[in-house]
Design a protein around this ligand. Structure first.
Ligand code: SAH
Ligand code: SF4
Length: 396
């Protein structure tokens, strides 16, 4: 079925949001790079010599203390605070709903400019708390097992909307330090970030990069780059750039061991097939100075879960420092696949493990609130592809 608003091919239907706000209106500080904030402060009358120091001070209030009101920035002169309040705002996305799973996973639906909604998931674990953030509304790619890929409407999130997701989660977790308390006084509840929510982060490179630089900055959210993992479906030309300009850990949605199957599961494979993807991954650890690449592998019954697949997988990735994350398929209404049986997943994990790779099986979290991997899709986005459309695209 083809309607006028049907999805255009990869990348062509991304409506970008202007990175600068219209002239004259107040500028949102959240998401501005250091340089952009410095320039904006100077344009608003801050003496050039002071601007760099002011950026550091404002960042600490915003990203380390969670302050949203210039008047609370007590190390700035009162008159300067009033000037800032005239020209700037500190704005984060609005939380529309919040669901808490029986296992403690929290899912937030947040509203961004234009009335769009994206989902953000917080997953508490014993030794860490991971926030799964979104980089786009929907996704232009159409992986056949992914709920987000069925959502038509897409726009890139701004850097402010990406960092804003971290900030609203910290609001909800109540983890901003109390006045007078150092920013590292308590263990961080939100200690890790994964770019594994809605969207393909490497199709929104600049905004993701700027947001992650704020997340990693010592005067920003202050998380180590080793606590941030970007997951890509395999946008090969942007992988080296990720190493050089972000330097976080990388996960890749591998999911198949032959081009024939991967073309069907992750259609971007038609553009950048397995051999090209692996070549770019081989260079990543050295370029980014990071240890291992995570290979994500969704377990689909009878599709990609045989012993032969497991053996082919370890042959393909030979020589790449890697961990294989096996993800039992999370079902969603109308999905054209089934989850592999548990014994099958364990047998697959065992073959990979015996070949010398860590092969954890990812426990689905937050299934009762549809917060598990690949289930994200805002219920309010009505535009949805039909089963027939999915079938036509995947050839299944
Ligand atoms: N677009 C990026 C990041 C978001 S998806 C990417 O594709 O890598 C995060 C992970 O969840 C990816 O590995 C994705 O393939 C996987 N995933 C998507 N749908 C899933 C589902 N229904 N069950 C299990 N994993 C799924
Ligand atoms: Fe997009 Fe990732 Fe889902 Fe594929 S798996 S449709 S790239 S969000």
């Amino acid at each position: 079925m083809s309607t006028p608003e049907a999805k255009a091919p990869i990348t062509q239907d991304v409506m970008t949001v202007p990175r600068k706000l219209p002239e004259g209106g107040p500028v949102n500080i959240v998401g501005l790079t250091r340089d952009a904030l410095r320039d904006a402060l100077i344009a608003a009358g801050t003496p050039e010599k002071q601007a760099k120091m002011r950026v550091g001070q404002i960042w600490q209030w915003v990203y380390q203390k969670g302050v949203r009101d210039f008047d609370a920035m007590t190390n700035l002169a009162k008159t300067y605070r009033a000037e800032l309040a005239e020209k700037f705002v500190i704005s984060v996305p609005e939380v529309v709903s919040r669901q808490v799973s029986a296992d403690g996973t929290r899912k937030y639906l947040v509203r961004i400019a234009g009335g769009h909604e994206v989902e953000v998931v917080y997953i508490p674990e014993e030794d860490r708390g991971t926030l799964c953030i979104s980089s786009q509304v929907g996704c232009t790619l159409t992986c056949s097992f992914c709920h987000t890929g069925t959502q038509k409407l897409v726009r890139n999130l701004t850097a402010g909307e990406i960092v804003g997701q971290i900030m609203v989660a910290r609001d909800d977790l109540g983890e901003w330090p109390e006045p007078g308390e150092g920013s590292d006084a308590r263990p961080r509840l939100l200690s890790n970030i994964v770019l594994m929510g809605m969207g393909e982060p490497l199709y929104n490179f600049e905004n993701v990069r700027d947001a992650m630089r704020i997340a990693m900055d010592g005067e920003g959210i202050s998380l180590s780059r080793r606590r941030i993992t970007l997951s890509t479906s395999g946008v090969v030309p942007e992988i080296a750039r990720t190493a050089e300009e972000i330097g976080c850990l990388l996960a890749v949605s591998f999911h198949a061991t032959t081009d024939e199957i991967r073309d069907r599961l992750v259609p971007i494979n038609k553009r950048w097939p397995i051999a090209e993807l692996l070549e770019s991954l081989r260079a990543y650890p050295k370029l980014s100075n990071s240890e291992r690449i995570t290979f994500e592998y969704v377990m689909l019954k009878g599709v990609n879960d045989s012993d032969d697949d497991a053996r082919r997988l370890v042959r393909l990735i030979a020589g790449i420092p890697a961990k294989i994350n096996l993800i039992p398929f999370n079902e969603w209404p109308g999905a054209p696949y089934e989850r592999s049986d548990w014994e099958r997943i364990e047998r697959f994990a065992d073959i990979v493990y015996k070949a010398g790779y860590a092969s954890p099986i990812r426990t689905p979290r937050g299934e009762d609130i549809m917060a598990a991997c690949g289930q994200l899709k805002s219920a309010t986005e009505r535009a949805r592809k039909s089963r027939a459309e999915i079938a036509a695209e995947t050839g299944l």
